[in-house]
Design a protein around this ligand. Sequence first.
Ligand SMILES: CC(C)(COP(=O)(O)OP(=O)(O)OC[C@H]1O[C@@H](n2cnc3c(N)ncnc32)[C@H](O)[C@@H]1OP(=O)(O)O)[C@@H](O)C(=O)NCCC(=O)NCCS
Length: 163
Amino acid sequence: MNVEIVEERRPELVKYIEITRQSAEFIKQQLKESSFQLEYVHNMFKNCDKDNIYVYDAYLITNGKKIHVGTALVFYTYDKKAYLGIIVVHYLYRGLGIGTRIVQEIIRRAKERGIREICAEVLTDEEYQLMDINTNEMMVRRFFEKNGFKLKDEYLYCYEIMT
Ligand SMILES: CC(C)(COP(=O)(O)OP(=O)(O)OC[C@H]1O[C@@H](n2cnc3c(N)ncnc32)[C@H](O)[C@@H]1OP(=O)(O)O)[C@@H](O)C(=O)NCCC(=O)NCCS
């Protein structure tokens, strides 16, 4: 399978990060026991390096055609960490290794830039439903674990980059 991953720097998406932070706070108010209580993630949002927000797009190349099959959003923080905010593969192309290719490219680029740690938060099924994301917690946990992420807090998976 011929998959191409394209990285693009998108500093204007700082608006998106702000909306995400606000919606995290909204959900926290709605669900009293929410995982959004994680101080770690809140600090990440606050520390977001506005010039270093990236989008990763995955394209499947088949019969001379380029099909957009996945996207991820990552931002770096001023203290040399990264936060994988969202990753989605088109439902028709899931389970084919495309998500893994995207994450491996994110890790490769982060290493090149001297980033020390990449974190991703796994939400609960209830939170995914509330945000209208059609997925489940166990599957997302397995996905990050397969990609070398380790559980740091109940809902936070981090990938440590050894230098
Ligand atoms: C999570 C997601 C990005 C993974 O992308 P993907 O291309 O399907 O993942 P891969 O094919 O690289 O799979 C890697 C591992 O993830 C797990 N996995 C992926 N899809 C799965 C599925 N449908 N059911 C169970 N496990 C699954 C498996 O452990 C798999 O490893 P294996 O194939 O050796 O069993 C994709 O399923 C998706 O877009 N889901 C909806 C959005 C989402 O949940 N995003 C994450 C939170 S923002």
